[in-house]
Design a binder for this molecule. Structure first.
Ligand SMILES: N[C@@H](CCC(=O)N[C@@H](CS)C(=O)NCC(=O)O)C(=O)O
Length: 236
């Protein structure tokens, strides 16, 4: 574990610590904090060879998952909740949460949809890929057979349904919750990049999602966040 100081905090600025795990949803929170231009400190945790988070993360929150943050003495878990919490508390003048009813409806929906519906199928796909990669050679053909059957029957079609849904939503609006970029897009950011990648669909076949991901990557906060993530990954 390493402390990575990115900003110096003074007594009247927020005291936010992000408990960051490599290759995790914690990158969303770094992205948000860069959008909000808030000072924060990253504490780095690294996955073990089993790909799980280290036990010490349970000292921060009993579930031992990342992201989890501390804001002063308050521990906040769940990426969607952390995003909404930080925007409500510190983002009032940043336009990251819609004020009109229709856009706010979409904002809340997508904040829940990403973790409630999309991530479970993407994680299932990831687990099956990992299983195929790590299977001992002697049972590899059997494991590969089971995995490709599951992919054909269940995982692949579900991923395609999500892709079609998102592609359709993005024909109606520039961002997920209207014409204005919001916290819902931050929650969706890396998940939708993964959705496109895991669907195996070419960018031309999902032009709206491709346009959306390109616009996301062009944001200066996204670029700064990626630099912080890269720097944190490299730090010992
Ligand atoms: N629904 C939670 C999911 C948190 C979660 O499962 N995080 C993963 C990383 S993306 C994790 O900590 N995995 C390590 C482990 O399960 O040991 C959220 O959105 O914050």
């Amino acid at each position: 574990m390493a402390d990575i100081k990115h900003n110096t905090t003074s007594s009247n600025t927020p005291s936010i610590t992000v408990y960051w795990l490599n290759e995790s949803r914690a990158d969303r929170i770094i992205f948000l904090l860069e959008e909000l231009e808030l000072p924060y400190v990253i504490e780095k945790f690294e996955r073990g060879s089993d790909k799980l988070a280290p036990e010490e993360l349970k000292n921060i929150h009993p579930l031992g998952k990342s992201p989890v943050i501390k804001d002063g003495d308050r521990v906040v878990a769940e990426s969607g909740f952390i995003i909404d919490y930080l925007i409500n508390k510190y983002g009032t003048n940043k336009n990251l949460k819609p004020t009109n009813e229709d856009d706010l409806f979409q904002y809340n929906y997508f904040l829940h949809y990403i973790e409630g519906s999309l991530m479970p199928i993407l994680v299932t796909k990831y687990i099956f890929l990992l299983l195929q990669k790590q299977a001992p050679w002697i049972i590899k053909p059997v494991v590969n057979g089971i995995c490709s059957k599951m992919d054909g029957l269940f995982i692949g079609p579900n991923i395609r349904t999500h892709l079609n849904f998102i592609e359709g939503e993005l024909t109606k609006r520039k961002w997920l919750a209207g014409e204005q970029f919001s916290g819902a897009d931050i929650q969706a950011s890396f998940a939708l990049e993964m959705l496109l990648k895991r669907s195996g669909v070419k960018e031309e076949e999902a032009p709206n999602l491709t346009r959306y991901i390109t616009a996301m990557r062009e944001r200066s906060a996204y670029k700064r966040a990626m630099e912080k993530v890269e720097k944190t990954s490299m730090a010992s």
